[in-house]
Design a protein around this ligand. Structure first.
Ligand code: SAH
Length: 391
């Protein structure tokens, strides 16, 4: 079967070229053609010999993602639905700002973690995305935005580099699809491909502790952790993976992640600073009315995270049908934020983007077929209706 080179990072491409009897430096050329020129067609790769182009056409392809539909919110946020076969589709969201453009990338079809407040979690899990399907989202976004860049639609957005930041915050838990996510991030960071800095690629996790340690060793990027509760009793309920990796273990892993001294032993990676590219973890904290948003809980959160260098990002809850939760009022969010700030912490409130196209955090639903893991009592109501809305 022809191999899809879209998902091959530098290492995999080098191995591939050695295997077919070609020089390893071909991998650089291929990365540039595929990701910088956006060329999926070997015939157009004019600095490769005719013989090599023919050889590639025989044993490989560059299969680009299939676009199903797109929508644009009133604030300029774009959402694309990309087909990944078998009736499944994933969502990718682009958020333009004056000085940067952030792409929110999915890592799985659905999600198995079942966080109580998340639309993707309600849908259940179908499968991991391949490296090609993950990097394909960035390929698609860069290509589409570049083609549009001469038109007026991006407004003031800096179009030289339409996507300047990537957040692994779309559908799925990236650290339970570790190898494919890391390969895709290596392509994002590669100067022959997208050349993003490690600080501008952020991986968000609900807290898969051993994988946080592995990430630090294999591909340290900026880390965001979905905390959402100040104690295990509440976190067990709303982020069930907490039963497996409770807060004490999770916070210790966060501390290891940002500790520069621990970075000295990491071989084979070039980056500005040893260890993590940032010296703090971003703690995401969704504000759920009457559940986790009291002043008392804010104080508990300050005490809990005292030893970990972190910045807080308070996320207004984005609702979806049958979610069973309400967004905290602005007054409650402000009171909560004040407790953190008065304790000397950095705490910002995330601006909600794209909620009129269901493109905001926790609203991504895509299309998930044959869900292997789900809560039967909830999915038939909420998951089903979310899917039909988009069909
Ligand atoms: N599985 C990863 C990444 C995907 S979710 C994680 O849990 O971090 C990205 C962020 O959106 C997480 O912080 C997640 O908790 C948050 N989120 C999920 N559902 C949400 C909702 N309905 N409203 C606002 N944020 C939500």
């Amino acid at each position: 079967m022809a191999r899809n080179l879209l998902g091959f990072d530098a290492r995999a491409l080098t191995d591939f070229f050695c295997e077919i009897g070609e020089k390893p430096f071909r991998s650089r050329q291929l990365l540039r053609w595929i990701h910088q020129s956006g060329t999926p067609d070997f015939e157009q790769m004019t600095d490769l010999s005719r013989g090599l182009r023919a050889k590639l056409a025989e044993c490989a392809v560059v299969e680009i993602p299939q676009h199903v539909s797109g929508s644009e919110a009133s604030d300029g946020t774009r959402k694309w639905l990309l087909s990944v076969g078998g009736g499944n589709a994933i969502e990718t969201v682009f958020m333009p700002e004056v000085n940067r453009g952030t792409l929110c990338v999915s890592s799985q079809v659905g999600c198995a973690l079942e966080c109580a407040f998340c639309a993707t979690g309600r849908q259940g899990f179908n499968r991991n995305l391949t490296t090609a399907e993950i990097i394909g989202q960035l390929w698609w976004a860069v290509r589409t935005l570049s083609l549009e860049s001469d038109s007026a639609r991006l407004g003031q957005h800096n179009v030289d580099r339409p996507v300047s930041n990537v957040v692994m915050m779309g559908m799925g838990e990236p650290l339970t699809n570790f190898d494919n996510v890391v390969s895709a991030m290596r392509i994002m960071l590669d100067d022959n491909a997208y050349g993003l800095s490690r600080r501008k690629v952020t991986l968000s996790t609900a807290g898969i502790v051993p994988a946080i340690d592995r990430l630090r060793e294999e591909c340290p990027v900026a880390l965001a952790v979905s905390l959402h509760a100040p104690n295990d009793a509440l976190r067990d309920q709303i982020v069930p993976i907490n039963k497996k990796y409770p807060l004490r273990q999770l916070l210790a892993a966060c501390q290891r992640y940002v500790d520069p001294l621990l970075g000295d032993d990491i071989p084979d990676v070039k980056w500005e600073r040893k260890g993590a590219p940032r010296d703090f973890v971003t703690f995401e904290y969704i504000m759920l009315d009457g559940v986790n948003d009291s002043v008392k809980q804010a104080r508990e959160l300050v005490a809990l995270t005292r030893d970990v260098p972190g910045k807080f990002n308070l996320i207004p809850f984005n609702s979806f049908s049958d979610s069973g939760f309400l967004r905290s009022s602005a007054t409650r969010v402000r009171a909560f934020q004040d407790v953190l700030i008065n304790a000397g912490l950095v705490a910002t409130v995330r601006r909600t983007r794209g909620d009129d196209i269901d493109g905001a955090c926790g609203q991504l639903a895509g299309r998930v077929r044959d869900r292997r893991s789900r809560r039967p009592d909830r999915i038939t109501q909420s998951g089903q209706s979310l899917i039909e809305d988009r069909a």
